[in-house]
Design a protein. Structure first.
Length: 233
C-alpha cells in the first residue's frame, strides 16, 4: 500500500489510496463507502472484529504487486465526474428497471413462502426513486459546478458545491443503507432451495448492483467530494 498509515487514515482514505483494500474491508463486512469516515479501530469495534488481524491483512498488500488499472485518487475532479457518469450512472440506469421488475416478480410468485421478498421489492423501489433523482442532480447541478470552479473559480459554483454535497451525502447514506438491509434480509443473496431461475438471476443482479454501488459511492464520498470541497473553500 502506498502513502497510507493504517493507524491514522480513515477507511475511506485507505481505499482511496489503494483500492485493493476495498476487498479486505468487504470480506470483513465493513462499509468503506458510506462508512468511510471511520477509523479501522472504530469500525472493527462496531463489528466485533480484531483490528490487529484486519490491519495485518492490509499490511500484506504492501508486499503484493498492485495491478489496479486506475488510480482514481490522482484523477482530475472534472475527469472523475465524467467517469462516474459514463461508468456508474450508465450502469445504474441500465439495471434499475430490470431489478424493479424482477424484485416485484419474485415477490409476487414466491412471497407466500418467502415474505422477506416483499420488503426487498419495497426497498429497491425506494432505491430506484432516490437514485434517479440523485443522479439527475449530480449531472445537472453538482458536476457542472465542480467543473465551473476548476475553470473559473466561480463563487456561486463554490456555494453550490458545498450545499449540494451536504445533501447528496445524506442520499448516499440512504441508498447504501437500503442495499445493506437487502443484503441482510436475503442472507447475503442466498437463494433458497425452491428458488426458480428468475429468483437466482434477481439475487445475482442485486449482488452485482450492490458491488457497483459501493464503488460508485466510494469514488464520490472518499475522492470526488473531498477534492471538490477543497476547491470550494
Amino acid at each position: 500500500m502506498k502513502e497510507v498509515n493504517i493507524n491514522a487514515n480513515t477507511i475511506g482514505e485507505i481505499v482511496a489510496l489503494d483500492y485493493r483494500a476495498a476487498s479486505v474491508f468487504k470480506e470483513a463486512g465493513i462499509d468503506f463507502c458510506c462508512g468511510g469516515k471511520k477509523s479501522i479501530d472504530d469500525a472493527c469495534s462496531e463489528k466485533g472484529i480484531d483490528p490487529l488481524e484486519l490491519k495485518g491483512k492490509l499490511k500484506e498488500l504492501e508486499s503484493s504487486p498492485n495491478t489496479t488499472t486506475h488510480n482514481f485518487n490522482e484523477w482530475d475532479p472534472g475527469f472523475l465526474c465524467d467517469y462516474i457518469v459514463n461508468t456508474h450512472h450508465k450502469y445504474v440506469l441500465k439495471y434499475l428497471p430490470e431489478l424493479v421488475h424482477y424484485t416485484q416478480k419474485i415477490a409476487s410468485v414466491h412471497g407466500d413462502r418467502h415474505p422477506e421478498l416483499s420488503e426487498v421489492a419495497d426497498l429497491f423501489s425506494q432505491i430506484n426513486r432516490e437514485l434517479l433523482q440523485h443522479m439527475k442532480n449530480e449531472e445537472e447541478v453538482l458536476f457542472p459546478s465542480i467543473k465551473k470552479v476548476l475553470n473559473t473559480g466561480s463563487r456561486e459554483a463554490k456555494a453550490t458545491i458545498i450545499s449540494e454535497i451536504a445533501r447528496l451525502s445524506g442520499e448516499h447514506e440512504f441508498a447504501g443503507g437500503a442495499m445493506d438491509k437487502i443484503n441482510v434480509i436475503t442472507g447475503n443473496y442466498c437463494v433458497p432451495a425452491d428458488g426458480c431461475n428468475t429468483y437466482q438471476v434477481t439475487f445475482k443482479l442485486l449482488q452485482q448492483f450492490e458491488d457497483d454501488l459501493h464503488t460508485h459511492v466510494h469514488l464520490e464520498n472518499n475522492i470526488l467530494f473531498p477534492k471538490a470541497l477543497k476547491s470550494a473553500n
